[in-house]
Write a protein that binds this ligand. Structure first.
Ligand code: NAI
Ligand code: 15L
Length: 274
């Protein structure tokens, strides 16, 4: 493959660390950026997305951006606005000015977190029971709201400026699933790299929204749009199911934290700052 220079924002984070390991095998040369120094990467750019000048400098000459930086959980409205809303705006403006043709952006299941999870049917679900990409935004947190903003910003920059984005509504991307809910939403790190590569290379994506998970037996959402990019998931959370269910029990229809796609994000105002 042609070596392409890709700016990876959020390179010091959990997902950034996993993708730093996996993406170079697809032929990408990564330029790294994070608010924090990236361990073992002295050339990484240490910058806040809130700093428009630094972001302009960082995007210069790259062929694409994988945008993972930001606050990745619920936080105060002010913090979310600065990192995820203003920060993402600065990145898009810099990309537009520099003529960067494509951004692959980490959206989240929490953009639609209040969507009821499919229930009462045994896995695997039939196609018509899966949550479609076109389901209305139903953020479960200010965090989720910032992901809705990111998707709409991406649409605006496509419509107005022809800057392409694939917004990936990631389920739960960690080395292993750690909850029964994650059995349905797990995106293995290897499948995440496959999906990002597909999103970076597919033709004519305009602004596409896709769900990001592995080929989980207990999958809740429609992966058709991701597959249309050329994504072929190879992993399934099912081998982890017996142990997790023995420890935590099956998801319960009585438990409000199990009722919605966003899980406990919908029911835990305890992490609110009020
Ligand atoms: P993380 O919290 O481990 O990493 C985020 C990184 O962004 C951190 O290293 C942080 O220093 C950096 N960052 C935060 N604010 C910044 C700013 N203003 N300027 C520059 N860098 C900044 O999160 P994780 O798990 O790696 O997630 C990466 C992205 O994927 C996030 O956007 C998150 O919302 C999204 N996502 C992740 C999921 C997952 O399962 N890991 C699920 C759904 C979405
Ligand atoms: C997310 O959006 C978070 O960034 C991640 O840390 C997980 O909480 C994930 O969603 C999830 O829903 O499991």
């Amino acid at each position: 493959p042609v070596l392409r220079t890709v700016l990876l924002t959020g390179a010091a984070g959990g997902l950034g660390t996993l993708m730093r390991d996996l993406l170079p095998a697809y032929g990408y040369r990564l330029r790294l950026l994070d608010l924090r120094p990236v361990p073992g990467e002295p050339d990484a750019i240490v910058a806040d997305l809130a700093d428009g000048d630094a972001v302009r400098e960082a995007v210069r000459g790259v062929d694409a951006i994988v945008h993972l930086a930001g606050i990745s959980q619920e936080a105060t409205f002010e913090r979310i606005v600065r990192a995820n809303i203003e920060g993402t705006y600065h990145l898009y403006e810099a990309a537009r000015e520099a003529g960067v043709p494509r951004i692959v952006a980490a959206s989240s299941n929490h953009a639609v977190g209040f969507t009821p999870r499919p229930r009462g049917i045994t896995a695997p679900l039939p196609q018509d029971a899966l949550i479609p990409v076109g389901t209305p935004h139903r953020p479960d947190t200010f965090y989720g709201l910032s992901k809705c903003f990111g998707e709409d910003l991406a649409q605006l920059y496509w419509d107005l400026h022809g800057l392409e984005t694939v917004s990936v509504r990631i389920g739960s991307c960690f080395a292993e699933p750690t909850s029964v809910r994650m059995l349905s939403l797990w995106l293995s790190p290897a499948d995440c790299a496959r999906l990002l590569h597909a999103a970076l290379t597919a033709d004519g994506v305009q602004h596409s929204i896709v769900y990001g998970s592995s080929a989980n037996t207990r999958n809740w959402w429609d992966l058709s749009e991701a597959r249309a990019l050329g994504y072929l998931p190879q992993d399934d959370s099912e081998p982890y199911a017996a142990k997790l269910i023995a420890e935590q029990g099956e998801l319960s229809d009585e438990n409000p934290a199990h009722a919605r796609l966003g899980g406990h994000f919908c029911t835990e105002p305890t992490w609110w700052p009020y």
